[in-house]
Design a protein around this ligand. Structure first.
Ligand code: GLY
Length: 384
C-alpha cells in the first residue's frame, strides 16, 4: 500500500463501513425502484415512463460495486432486478440516446463481467450497437441526444459522451470486431481536438458540420457560458480520458486526463475542494456540484496508476482531499434520507426553472463516491 493510502487508511475504512451500513438498508428498501433523486428523503423511481432516463444505470452499477466489495447477496439481488426493469427501455428504440453506455454497461456489462450471465452480455451488445449507430462518419463524432424543439440537433457532440466509450471498447473485445474500438478512438480524438482546450478546461457542447469535419459553434450547455468551464463536464473529461487510455493505450489520452485533472484541482482548491458548478462563473452566488468532485476523484485515482510515482501520490492525495471534503460537507449517513451525497446540481442556473435542479441529490453522486471508496479499499475491478 502506498504512503498516501496508509496515512488515510482509518478514514477509508470508516467511510466504507458507513457507506455499507447505509446502502445495505436502501438496497432492500428501494429494490423495486430505479432512483434518480430523493423527495422528502425518499428515493424517487424512474423505472416506469422514465425508463430511458440517462442515469438509470447508476443504481444497478452501484449495487454491483457494493456486491463486489462486500459479497452481500442483497446488493446482487437489487442489481439484477434493476437490470430486468431496464429491459423496458429496449422497447422504444427512438427514446434511446448516446447514454446507453451509462445505462447498460454499468448494469448488464457489470453483471456479465462479474457472473458470466449470457443474457446480460446480449443486452450489453444491443446497447453497444445502438451507440455504434450514432457515429457520424463524415462529421467524425458520436451524436448526442435526439431532436427537440423542432430541431434535430444532429451536429451536437458533448464532452459527457467520453464516459459511454467503454461500452464500445468492451464490445470490440467481446465480439472481436475492432470497428467498435476504432469509433470510440475516433470520438476520443475528436474530443481532444474540439472539446478539450489547451489550458485543460473543456467545451461542453460542440455543434459540428454534418457532412465534413468541422466545428460550426461552441455552446455553453450546462455551464455558465460557452467560454467558461462546467465542472461536471470537466470531470467527464478527466475520467473519460483516462478510461480511454486504459482501453486503447494511446499516450495522448493519458496526457489529456492529466491536463484536465490539473485544471480541476487548481480550481477546486479555491473553494476548499468543494467544486462549484462552473469554475469560471462569478464567485457569488456560490452553487456547488458534489457530483463533479466525486467523478473527477475517481479519474484521478486511475491516473495515479499510470503516471510516475510522485505524480501518482499527488493525484491520489488530491482525490482524497476532494472525497474528504465531500464526506464532511455533502454526505448524509442518516436513515431519514435515502441519498448518500447531497448538493449535486444539474446545470448552472440562468432561469427560474433551473433552480429546481440545484443542490439536489443525484444518483451518480452516490455512485462515484462509492466507486472512489471501492477503489481506495483496494478493489481493482474497473466497472468502466
Ligand atoms: N450527462 C448529463 C449530465 O452530466 O448532466
Amino acid at each position: 500500500m502506498n504512503t498516501v493510502m496508509e496515512q488515510n487508511k482509518e478514514w477509508i475504512d470508516t467511510t466504507w463501513e458507513k457507506i455499507d451500513k447505509k446502502l445495505s438498508r436502501t438496497a432492500v428498501k428501494s429494490r423495486n425502484k430505479i432512483p434518480y433523486t430523493t423527495i422528502d428523503g425518499a428515493h424517487d423511481d424512474r423505472s416506469g415512463k422514465d425508463i430511458a432516463w440517462w442515469t438509470n444505470g447508476f443504481w444497478g452499477g452501484m449495487m454491483w460495486l457494493m456486491y463486489k466489495g462486500t459479497g452481500n447477496e442483497e446488493y446482487r439481488k437489487t442489481a439484477e432486478h434493476s437490470e430486468e426493469l431496464l429491459d423496458g427501455a429496449f422497447a422504444h428504440y427512438e427514446d434511446l440516446h448516446h447514454d446507453v453506455g451509462f445505462m447498460w454497461h454499468l448494469v448488464s456489462g457489470a453483471n456479465y463481467r462479474i457472473t458470466g450471465n449470457e443474457a446480460s452480455c446480449n443486452r450489453n451488445l444491443f446497447a453497444a450497437s445502438t451507440l455504434f449507430s450514432r457515429y457520424n462518419i463524415d462529421g467524425d463524432y458520436i451524436r448526442a441526444w435526439n431532436a427537440w424543439d423542432g430541431d434535430t440537433h444532429a451536429g451536437y457532440s458533448i464532452i459527457d459522451c467520453l464516459m459511454n466509450l467503454p461500452l464500445l471498447y468492451w464490445a470490440s473485445e467481446k465480439i472481436g470486431d475492432d470497428r467498435f474500438k476504432k469509433i470510440a478512438m475516433r470520438h476520443m480524438d475528436m474530443s481532444l481536438r474540439d472539446h478539450i482546450r489547451p489550458d485543460g478546461s473543456v467545451n461542453h457542447i460542440v455543434d459540428h458540420e454534418l457532412d465534413k469535419v468541422g466545428v460550426k459553434k461552441i455552446l455553453a450547455g450546462q455551464g455558465y457560458s460557452e467560454t467558461s468551464c462546467w465542472s461536471r463536464g470537466l470531470a467527464w473529461a478527466v475520467y473519460g480520458s483516462v478510461i480511454s487510455y486504459i482501453h486503447a493505450g494511446k499516450e495522448e489520452y493519458l496526457e489529456a486526463a492529466g491536463k484536465t485533472a490539473d485544471y480541476f484541482i487548481e480550481h477546486c482548491k479555491k473553494t476548499d475542494y468543494l467544486p462549484v458548478i462552473d469554475f469560471c462563473a462569478p464567485e457569488t452566488p456560490v452553487y456547488y456540484d458534489s457530483t463533479a468532485g466525486v467523478c473527477a476523484a475517481c479519474g484521478m485515482l486511475e491516473i495515479a496508476k499510470y503516471v510516475p510515482e510522485e505524480d501518482g501520490r499527488r493525484y491520489t492525495q488530491e482525490a482524497i482531499n476532494i472525497l474528504k471534503a465531500c464526506d464532511e460537507h455533502f454526505c448524509n449517513y442518516e436513515e431519514n434520507e435515502d441519498a448518500l451525497v447531497l448538493l449535486g446540481s444539474e446545470r448552472y442556473p440562468h432561469e427560474e426553472a433551473d433552480f429546481k435542479g440545484v443542490h439536489i441529490p443525484m444518483i451518480y453522486g452516490d455512485f462515484f463516491f462509492v466507486e472512489a471508496l471501492f477503489k481506495l479499499k483496494g478493489n481493482d475491478f474497473l466497472i468502466w
